[in-house]
Ligand binder design. Structure first.
Ligand SMILES: [Zn+2]
Ligand SMILES: [Zn+2]
Length: 283
């Protein structure tokens, strides 16, 4: 298993790689542009190529780009859907340029819109974004905390997207904090086993290359997106031990999006590594 962390690239890609090395990450996730803006500067190909080289030298692979939070693929407003497609396409093309393996995106919200119409729009935009993208890049949609009109809060709905889009470069990233907030009781072996059984049934584990490992203090089914340190929230050490007990996670990538500074990242990575090593994983 590969274990990584979300790293800021505001000080440049070389600094981001140095950071990942210091916290002993073997994978990395970044934002390619300002996560809260629709504006993007042109793709900086030389910088991305250098980033690819540095990752290779440091053995920090795979790499994921997390798309901006503004993306809403199910929106009725045409300006929003056009802007969302442009942002998604930008990150997929940046991923091509930098040899990045995954582009991870939130789907957005149906708002007051009819869910089926929103679902159809999102499928159309996801398919359009993937057109002609080099096979080395996989687009993964992230499960949401499941609040009201948010898309992708259930494994069943994610499975519907997988079937409707039916593209080999399209998959799922499961965020543990979001799953808990959406009502999946993954703080015990029984809960984790049931969660992964449903994920296999609805989506297929081969379509889930990546996880976000985050703990959370939100109550079960609380529908809020708040991340906390590994083992110190409601998923707890028992939840992550239960995940580690599953051999199917052997070849997956786990990215931490836990709060805090460098020392916190190093500690959270060390915690996951200890738990997974203890369960017999190579990590
Ligand atoms: Zn996310
Ligand atoms: Zn996440």
């Amino acid at each position: 298993m590969r274990i990584g962390v979300h790293v800021r690239v505001s000080a440049g890609y070389p600094a981001a790689i140095e950071y990942a090395k210091r916290v002993k990450a073997t994978a990395i996730q970044i934002f390619s542009s300002n996560p809260r803006s629709y504006r993007t500067s042109p793709i900086n190909r030389p910088a991305l190529e250098k980033f690819r080289e540095l990752r290779k030298e440091a053995g920090i692979e795979p790499c994921a780009i997390h798309t901006p939070y503004l993306i809403n693929l199910a929106a009725e407003n045409e300006k929003v859907s056009t802007g969302s497609l442009a942002l998604l396409r930008f990150d997929l093309e940046a991923a091509e340029a930098g040899g990045v393996n995954y582009v991870n995106t939130h789907l957005g919200s149906y708002g007051k819109r009819d869910r089926e119409a929103g679902f159809a729009s999102a499928c159309r935009l996801l398919s359009a974004a993937l057109e002609g993208i080099t096979p080395g890049v996989t687009l993964v949609m992230e499960n949401s905390a499941g609040a009201g009109s948010l898309c992708g809060g259930t494994l069943e709905e994610l499975g519907r997207f997988i079937k409707a889009i039916d593209h080999p470069q399209f998959g799922v990233c499961l965020d543990t904090a979001h799953a808990w907030a959406a009502g999946y009781e993954i703080n015990s072996q029984r809960g984790v086993d049931d969660f992964l059984y449903q994920a296999a049934e609805q989506i297929g584990l081969d379509r889930i290359p990546m996880f976000h490992f985050n703990d959370t203090e939100v109550p079960l089914g609380g529908n809020r997106d708040r991340h906390h340190h590994i083992g110190e929230g409601n998923i707890g050490f028992d939840g992550f031990r239960a995940l580690a007990a599953r051999p199917e996670l052997r070849d997956k990538t786990a990215i931490l999006e836990t709060p805090g500074e460098e020392a916190d990242d190093a500690r959270n990575i060390e915690t996951i590594r200890a738990i997974f090593k203890g369960a017999g994983h190579e990590i």
